[in-house]
Design a protein around this ligand. Structure first.
Ligand SMILES: NC(=O)c1ccc[n+]([C@@H]2O[C@H](COP(=O)([O-])OP(=O)(O)OC[C@H]3O[C@@H](n4cnc5c(N)ncnc54)[C@H](OP(=O)(O)O)[C@@H]3O)[C@@H](O)[C@H]2O)c1
Length: 369
């Protein structure tokens, strides 16, 4: 039922599913080869997502060295759903090591990357084109002007950013507003019960400037499914994080305690841990969609039921508390506790009274049909 509901992405008219399909593991080449899937293995995952009503699909030129886009292009054409799906791809990472303009966010690479993506995806436009990672040096004006040109040329429908500092996204969007350039509509960022860092800056920025956040690795690359257990050498269990998959990541006491809290809540609700973790992500403030990754149609099926139930307030509070990272440094001063102590002592001050119409009013399932 929940997959039959579509929402506007950020401050745009683009209707998307709250659970998007990630295809980083479609293909067997390049960086993601270790857990990649062939086209025949990817097909049932893709088909299952469509059958469930999903319309929001994520890839990047860099995934499996371009194979993800090629497979997706074939699957979309085969299913005859090009107009029905919201196809998202990204540029930034180099496609030709040694050539300084084969990577980064300069205009030359942006256009070259998009043309190559369109060829692999077998389409003449993408619906959402994202800058994959801040390259630290390209002027933001150049990126925004190129997004605008590509929009006017009909090669992209909407633009957005992934993995950028919040100040960069705020500056980009403000430039777009000031110069009437195509606005950014989305931000793709890591977000899950094991990684809530974006709450410090990005979430409020996205809400203020009309950028719908799409959460990547909402299951912490599979950690939150509960299929891994603590072991002397990190973790045991079978999946992407076993073997060398989690190399470099030291699992902390806090993460294992969080997992125990998630397991307990999931047990009480009679739901798989993955569904509870996805439900939590997708229903947090500022989150437009969670990008779900799956190794099989069975995994996807289980994950797509994540929004078929409501997380009780008490369960949510326990998950919030177990996953919370106490704000440090200047962020301490923005907490409700600090504000009511020094900024507004003795009075209750809020942005708007309950029921005061916000600038953009979206339909919600509770509204009259
Ligand atoms: N913008 C970026 O920088 C960026 C970065 C990363 C990802 N992304 C996007 O986000 C998408 C999702 O990322 P992700 O794959 O890291 O997401 P994730 O949801 O955190 O992890 C997905 C993985 O967890 C395991 N899993 C999922 N459901 C399961 C279930 N029900 N039971 C057991 N295991 C399950 C599977 O791996 P195994 O079966 O192999 O264990 C699956 O591939 C990607 O495809 C990509 O589109 C974007």
């Amino acid at each position: 039922m929940s997959m039959a509901h579509y929402y506007l992405l950020g401050r745009s008219g683009l209707r998307v599913s709250r659970l998007a399909l990630g295809t980083m593991n479609f293909g067997t080449g390049g960086f993601h080869a270790a857990y990649g899937k062939t086209e025949d293995e990817a097909r049932p995952i893709f088909r299952r997502y469509l059958e469930a009503g999903g319309n929001f699909i994520d890839t990047a030129d860099f995934y499996t060295a371009g194979e993800s886009e090629t497979i997706l292009g074939n699957l979309v054409a085969e299913a005859g759903v090009r107009d029905r799906v919201v196809l998202t791809t990204k540029f930034t990472n180099s496609v030709d090591p040694g050539d300084p303009n084969a990577g980064g966010n300069g205009r030359k690479h942006m256009i070259r990357a998009l043309e190559a993506s369109l060829r692999r995806l077998r389409t003449d436009h993408v619906d959402l084109f994202l800058l994959h990672t801040w390259d630290r040096i390209t002027p933001v004006e150049e990126v925004m002007r190129t997004f605008d040109d590509l929009t006017r040329a009909g090669k992209i429908r909407y633009a957005g950013l992934s993995d950028v500092p919040s100040w960069y996204a705020a500056r980009a969007q403000t430039l777009a507003e000031a110069h009437s350039l195509a606005p950014l509509v989305s931000l793709q960022l890591p977000y899950s019960l094991v990684d809530r860092t974006i709450e410090l800056e990005h979430v409020a920025m996205g809400q203020t400037l009309g950028l719908g956040i799409t959460a990547w690795s909402p299951l912490g690359s599979g950690f939150l499914t509960g299929k891994y257990r603590r072991a002397d050498q990190g973790l045991s269990g079978t999946g992407r994080l076993s073997g060398d998959g989690a190399a470099g990541h030291a699992w902390t006491e806090r993460e294992w305690e969080l997992l125990a809290a998630l397991e307990s809540v999931a047990g009480e609700l009679g739901r798989p841990m993955a569904q509870v973790a996805l439900n939590w992500v997708a229903t947090r403030p500022g989150i437009a969609s969670a990008i779900v990754g799956a190794s099989s149609a069975e995994q996807l099926d289980a994950n797509l039921a994540a929004l078929d139930f409501e997380l009780p307030a008490e369960s949510r509070e326990r998950l919030d508390a177990a996953s919370a990272v106490p704000p440090g440094s200047v962020y301490r001063m923005f907490t409700p506790a600090y504000q009511s102590w020094l900024v507004n002592p003795g009075v209750k001050v809020a942005d708007k009274p309950a029921g005061y119409a916000p600038a953009v009013r979206n339909w919600t399932p509770g509204d009259a049909a």
